[in-house]
Design a protein around this ligand. Structure first.
Ligand SMILES: [Mg+2]
Ligand SMILES: [Zn+2]
Length: 192
């Protein structure tokens, strides 16, 4: 049996970390990258990390956008990154919402799932698909539940002050920095 090498990854929340936070982004034209994201992703790639987006998209369960709309947004995101020769290694999303009685909700997405952060189902799926070593990986988010999701897998988390700003983050849970570029520089200086 051949042992495949394990890869290290940067798990990235999307809204408020990569693109500017708008309430339930549903139109690709509203996708705007946060300053410093391109150089940050280039640093991660240079250091040999896989780039994996992990995003809660309950707007789908709420009937605000469809899976097709979300796919179009991700096509646009990949096009924008392609200009700088940056490829994402995976995009995982949770379309669910736990409130089965949510008004105007889309029935098939209303469930108490294991993928919605702070659960870690998306991380476990990515680990399996991409052969990722959690212990050498990091996670970046702008909400406490992002960081908590990573902590369930023993992943060191970083909260950023862009987007929702990661309120409530304490030192025992994660490291609070300004933005994704600061996280990239921090990892470059301290973990490589
Ligand atoms: Mg976010
Ligand atoms: Zn889910």
């Amino acid at each position: 049996m051949i042992m495949k090498p394990s890869h290290k990854a940067i798990f990235l929340d999307r809204d408020g970390v990569i693109n500017q936070e708008v309430d339930y982004l549903s139109n690709p034209d509203d996708l705007k990258l946060i300053d410093g994201v391109i150089p940050a992703l280039k640093i991660f790639k240079k250091l040999g990390y896989k780039l994996v987006v992990i995003t809660n998209q309950s707007g789908i369960a709420r009937g605000i956008l469809t899976e097709v709309d979300l796919s179009n947004i991700h096509i646009r995101l990949k096009e924008i990154l392609k200009i700088d020769s940056i490829d994402l290694d995976g995009i995982y999303f949770c379309p669910h919402h736990p409130d089965i009685n949510l008004s105007d909700g889309v029935k098939k997405y209303l469930m108490d799932c294991t993928c919605r952060k702070p659960n870690n189902g998306m991380l476990l799926q990515a680990q399996q698909d991409l052969n990722i070593d959690f212990s050498s990986s990091f996670l970046v988010g702008d909400s406490l539940r992002d960081i908590q999701s990573g902590n369930l897998c023993g992943i060191q988390g970083f909260g950023v002050k862009t987007g929702k700003g990661c309120p409530g983050l304490t030192d025992s849970v994660g490291i609070h920095l300004n933005d994704l570029l600061d996280v990239a520089i921090y990892i470059q200086n301290n973990f490589s």
